[in-house]
Design a protein around this ligand. Structure first.
Ligand code: MF3
Ligand code: CO
Ligand code: CO
Length: 273
């Protein structure tokens, strides 16, 4: 194993469980507010207040990887053809929009929990609903690959095969990531690839699976000059879901679950019970 992929201890895992549950509870808290007419800035404010109540802080506000300006908000809101890293603004959401909200919190002990969900604004087109649902299933197909001895390439391959089989495309430029006391650690978790390739999984590894799936072509571009917002080049719709996952001795544990998490797909419950 490359020394760079950390193996979490039982104590580390206990800290990660708290961070991940709280990250998921922020998504629960904003859910009832995500209605036609709300602005993404208001969603950001509600989430910031929730984090303050929790005693967590946002990992995104002020986040500045090399070559980027500091990220200015407590979460990311990526609407319609925005692929990821959308910055909250004053434009009201309208019926038929789809929005990804991506929340990462840091607990007082320093652990990070990272997750995102799609929200449908009012009645949406069949195409938009299908893209969100298929992306959710794609994430879960990836999660089901996670167990000791499996390879990272198995996760990417499964997601790619499923998404492309539905006529959609997989964004290549962004990937899942190891996470712990830092936001982005090794390994990179690609959402495409070949079975049996890349790192072998071991109990105690923790990483995100967060496929970005486009209705049209996979190509993306930067939007405007904010230094963050990524959109589809062909302006087709894009969807994303994200969970933080622990490799357990027998398989996986989805760490970012809470009371408001959506029901698991039927193919998951069928294999695990
Ligand atoms: N939460 C995102 C991820 O899943 C990263 C957002 S970085 C930000 O990795 F600065 F854009 F917020
Ligand atoms: Co992430
Ligand atoms: Co995230």
């Amino acid at each position: 194993r490359p020394m760079s992929i950390s193996i979490k201890t039982a104590e580390d895992i206990a800290g990660m469980r708290v961070a991940c549950r709280l990250a998921s509870e922020v998504l629960d808290a904003i859910a009832p507010h995500i209605q036609p007419g709300i602005t993404t800035r208001r969603i950001d404010e509600i989430a910031a207040a929730c984090m303050q109540e929790q005693g967590t802080i946002s990992a995104t506000i002020g986040y500045q990887p090399p070559g980027y300006p500091p990220y200015p908000a407590s979460l990311c809101t990526s609407v319609n053809h925005v692929v990821c890293h959308g910055i909250p603004n004053d434009k009201p959401l309208k019926k038929g929009d789809i929005v990804n909200v991506d929340v990462t919190v840091i607990t007082p002990e320093g652990w990070y929990g990272d997750n995102s969900r799609m929200y449908l604004i009012g009645e949406c087109s069949i195409a938009a609903k299908r893209l969100s649902a298929i992306t959710f299933e794609a994430m879960w197909h990836g999660i089901l690959q996670v167990k000791p001895g499996a390879h990272l390439g198995d996760i990417g391959h499964t997601i790619q095969k499923f998404a492309e089989g539905q006529g959609f495309s997989v964004v290549r430029e962004f990937c899942g990531h190891g996470i712990g006391k830092r936001f982005h650690e090794e390994p990179q978790v690609l959402h495409y690839g070949r079975p049996g390739t890349l790192e072998k999984l071991e109990p105690g590894m923790v990483f995100t699976i967060e496929p970005m799936i486009n209705a049209g072509r996979r190509d993306i571009k930067e939007f405007g000059n904010d230094g963050w917002t990524i959109v589809t080049k062909d302006h087709s719709l894009s969807a994303q879901w994200e969970h933080t996952i622990l490799v357990t001795p027998t398989g996986y544990e989805v760490m970012t679950l809470s009371a408001g998490s959506p029901a698991l797909p039927d193919f998951v419950t069928a294999t695990s019970t």
